[in-house]
Design a protein around this ligand. Structure first.
Ligand code: NAP
Ligand code: F7E
Length: 343
């Protein structure tokens, strides 16, 4: 019998890569999509299967983790072997503006799924999408599974609840529930308002003459960026272990946002010249400002530096990232140029 996976958050970056990965592993994949006024399945259109196709392997269902009834119905009718909870209001800056919604989705969403597992079938394995944002104002460099958490946003605090409720259901109810503590991971499927995608899209448009300026916030924060394709494999590996444990997935390398801009502009052959400081800092191209710093993209409290220590995952999961920053950027630029439609 094929294994069945249920993915909450299937329409997101990781949901799309994980679906494709699991289908290759011969799973039957069930994904949960939200009702939205515009179609939100762009990232998974290539694996969509007609409803009346025989021997389907990929199914989509409407649902929402803030709706307990839908979570209950999905789990009890699909009866999955593994659940991946990738659903989230995942934007850190936005979480300062909609903190209650963020907490309801990210914190209570995880709890709702765990409650159904506890009451319906404790044998279902559960993966929780944890984050390096838990380390926030970092208490140690680099950060690993034993580093103290210090969340710095409503997003991170909501994920802190999800992290500990996952640990608690594992310990209290003997459920195979595990957290992946994943550092930033990017790809051509990354949401447009995250900094890497914003930079790639913005600079490609500037290069092609379809845009004049890119506005950014704090370009001096440092992130440990990996490729989403590598990280979804780690998620799966976490659920294939004999015992449920929490793992950091990271590259162990960190770069500033400004360095990311430098790499993208070099690859696009854009000769940027930086001048000024603070909010007045600008990047010029042929004497014209093309990147400016804008206060609205700064966060009320920032996470300045993230760098992960994924030795536990390396040793126990035999996991390591295959793609470095250069190949992530190449992949994103290639996709952006190929799909650029003049907008
Ligand atoms: P993403 O692209 O923002 O995807 C989030 C997914 O959650 C989307 O499918 C979204 O649906 C869905 N969703 C949002 N609210 C929901 C709700 N109330 N009920 C059901 N589904 C809901 O995020 P991602 O980058 O793929 O990340 C996947 C997970 O890993 C998230 O939990 C994120 O917080 C976490 N994480 C991400 C990173 C990273 O660097 N990417 C690092 C660490 C942890 P729509 O498509 O309809 O919006
Ligand atoms: O910001 C700075 C910003 O929004 C990265 C999510 O997937 O990874 C992601 O969270 C850095 C921050 O990602 C802009 O201030 C400057 O320091 O791309 P980001 P994030 O906040 O690190 C973690 C691991 C998650 O779990 C999250 O779900 O870039 N920055 N200027 C900017 N950021 C944005 N978005 N936009 C700017 O204009």
């Amino acid at each position: 019998m094929k294994k069945k996976a249920l993915i909450f958050g299937v329409t997101g970056q990781d949901g799309a890569y994980l679906s494709k990965f699991l289908l290759k592993k011969n799973y039957v994949v069930h994904g949960v999509k939200r009702k939205t006024s515009l179609i939100n399945t762009k990232r998974i259109d290539d694996i969509y299967e007609e409803p009346n196709k025989k021997k389907k392997s990929f199914f989509l269902h409407f649902g929402d983790v803030i709706d307990y009834g839908s979570v209950f119905n999905l789990i009890t009718t699909i009866k999955p072997d593994e659940i991946y909870n990738l659903s989230a209001q995942s934007h850190v800056a936005v979480s300062f503006e909609i903190p209650e919604y963020t907490a309801n989705t990210n914190a209570l969403g995880a709890l709702r799924i765990l409650e159904v597992i506890k009451n319906f079938n404790k044998k279902i394995k559960f993966y929780q999408a944890g984050t390096s944002e838990l380390f926030g104002k970092v208490q140690e460099i680099p950060q690993n599974e034993n580093t103290k958490f210090y969340p710095r946003s409503p997003y991170a605090v909501s994920k802190l609840f999800a992290h500990w409720i996952t640990v608690n259901y594992r310990e209290a109810h003997d459920i195979f529930a595990a957290n992946g503590i994943l550092f930033n991971h990017e790809s051509p499927l990354r949401g447009e308002t995250f900094v890497t995608q914003k930079i790639v899209k913005g600079l490609v448009k500037i290069k092609l003459g379809h845009r004049e300026k890119l506005l950014l916030g704090n370009i001096y924060s440092k992130r440990d960026w990996g490729h989403a394709q590598d990280y979804v494999e780690g998620m799966w590996k976490i659920l294939q272990q004999r015992k449920p444990k929490d793992y950091v997935l990271a590259t162990g390398k960190t770069f500033t946002v400004k360095y990311f801009i430098k790499k993208v502009s070099e690859k696009l052959n854009l000769k940027l010249v930086w001048k000024g400081k603070g909010l007045k800092e600008k990047a010029y191209l042929n004497g014209k400002p093309v990147i400016e710093i804008n206060k609205r993209y700064f966060r009320p409290s920032e996470v300045d530096l993230l760098i992960g220590d994924a030795r536990k995952a390396r040793k126990e999961l035999n996991w390591k990232p295959k793609k470095n920053l250069d190949s992530i950027i190449d992949d994103m630029i290639f996709y952006e140029k190929k799909n650029f439609n003049g907008k």
